[in-house]
Write a new protein. Structure first.
Length: 241
């Protein structure tokens, strides 16, 4: 795990503002900086960014649980299950090759937690269990699914349940007819969860350039952001439909 070498630290406090979890504190007794281990998510920000005058910040990730924290918190570390940095997959960006999203289907990317808030795997599991009630189709390449012990119940191995990470991305799709059901579950989770999350909606554009799911979301009282990632498919599609 990341730690601050007390024999080197001079208590200047330059490192404190850089921690996105607020996990670096200054001890009133020793007047030196230290890391609150349960709150550290192994994101590596302090190791890479802080210009410590005494090189007192040491980054050594030890143990399976701490390593998993790093995989879901450090944006530049490739995840071992996908081979790419980040907590999710490429979603719609390569759909002309993968064909993951067909017409009449709507994808969701739920980004749970964020810096300064974070999320535990237990809370991520609760999202999974609640969304399973709708009958969602999970993206099998998502890193979260590799860790699950029980997909139906959203159970992770016991040693991971209380581990905290910056955030996790849940990816799934449903027929467009189930979009309202998904939104109702997300509203319930928003009211009962102890973290924050954002919702990304993935949809094919129809031949007449309309996006039917947008009207459904507006009917449900949701404001649709104009910012989007768009795969225009300028090359010859490898997957039709």
């Amino acid at each position: 795990m990341v730690f601050i070498d007390q024999s080197r630290c001079i208590g200047c406090g330059i490192c404190i503002p850089f921690c996105p979890r607020g996990a670096i504190k200054l001890s009133p007794e020793t007047k030196k900086a230290y890391i609150v281990v349960p709150e550290c998510v192994e994101c590596g920000t302090c190791v890479r960014v802080v210009q410590c005058p005494r090189d007192a910040i040491v980054g050594v990730v030890e143990g399976y649980a701490r390593e998993v924290r790093g995989h879901f918190s450090d944006p530049i570390t490739p995840h071992p299950s996908t081979g790419i940095p980040g907590r999710g997959t490429e979603e719609m960006k390569t759909n002309d090759v993968t064909g993951r999203f067909k017409r009449g289907e709507v994808g969701f990317a739920i980004d749970i937690g964020r810096p300064l808030v974070g999320v535990t795997f237990a809370e991520v599991g609760r999202f999974i269990k609640v969304l399973n009630e709708v009958g969602v189709v999970w993206e099998k390449a998502n890193p979260i699914l590799y860790l699950l012990k029980d997909l139906k119940e959203g159970k992770f191995p016991d040693e991971l349940m209380n581990e905290k990470i910056h955030s996790a991305v849940l990816e799934f799709k449903v027929p467009i007819s189930k979009v309202k059901d998904v939104i109702e579950k997300l509203k319930y989770l928003a009211e009962t969860t102890d973290t924050v999350f954002s919702v990304g909606v993935i949809s094919r554009v129809e031949p007449d350039f309309t996006i039917p799911v947008v009207n459904i979301l507006k009917e449900l009282g949701l404001e649709v952001s104009p910012w989007a990632k768009t795969n225009v498919g300028l090359g010859r599609p490898l997957v039709e439909g």
